[in-house]
Design a protein around this ligand. Structure first.
Ligand code: 3PG
Length: 207
């Protein structure tokens, strides 16, 4: 699947921080059953890559991405673990070159107009705007649209069920991401039905 096909599968991308490997598969099942197939597993925890392997093996309907990729080594480890796409919180020429060489579908992180230009230079016209709310939110994305109407964004950072609709109104927003779908206490408590409900609610946000 290429990035456009992956993005077309979802309007909301859960940003998942897996603390315990055993949570990975039931959590992914809950999200998929709630209607969200495209999942971003972050490398913020030691269990991240094993979670990717487990979900790839046991949840065939999921489309599994790896987030928090910041170095070429992490990129390689993610591909080896079975990542179907990648996400970075920010961009450097070194990382973008490695990603372009790898051909992995990828959402590079940007927060400034120079970073938007840099990511375009490497061929990425769908970008993650991070941290979205903290870096200027809806108004910043409107400003990006002036010079770069062709760039599409997946904002994440500070987005939730209340403010997501404001982002969906923008023509340059193709999806939003966030950790609100996988609250720590629900995951720790194995409250999969509640997570499924959050997924359903999130799917209904985009008009
Ligand atoms: C990310 O890595 O995309 C963000 O941490 C998600 O931000 P949130 O936790 O504010 O949703």
């Amino acid at each position: 699947m290429n990035l456009d096909q992956i993005i077309a599968e979802t309007s909301v991308m859960p940003v998942m921080v897996i603390e315990r490997l055993e949570d990975a598969v039931p959590l992914a099942h809950a999200l998929v059953e709630g209607g969200i197939r495209v999942l971003e597993i972050t490398l913020r925890t030691a269990a991240g890559l094993d979670a990717v392997r487990a979900i790839r093996q046991s949840v065939p309907d999921a489309i599994v991405g790896v987030g928090t990729i910041a170095t070429p080594d992490q990129l390689k480890a993610s591909i080896d673990a079975g990542a179907q796409f990648g996400v970075s919180p920010g961009s450097t020429p070194r990382l973008l070159q490695a990603v372009a060489d790898s051909k992995l579908p990828f959402l590079p992180g940007v927060a400034t107009i120079s970073e938007v230009i840099q990511a375009l230079e490497f061929g990425f016209d769908v970008q993650k705007f991070f941290p979205a709310v903290q870096a200027g939110g809806v108004k910043m994305l409107e400003a990006f649209r002036g010079p770069f109407p062709q760039v599409r964004f997946c904002p994440t950072g500070g987005i939730n069920v209340q403010n997501a609709p404001e982002f969906f109104k923008l023509p340059n927003v193709v999806c939003v991401g966030g950790s609100w779908l996988t609250p720590k206490d629900l995951v720790a408590g194995g409250k999969w039905a509640e997570i499924k409900h959050l997924a359903r609610e999130a799917v209904a946000l985009k008009p």
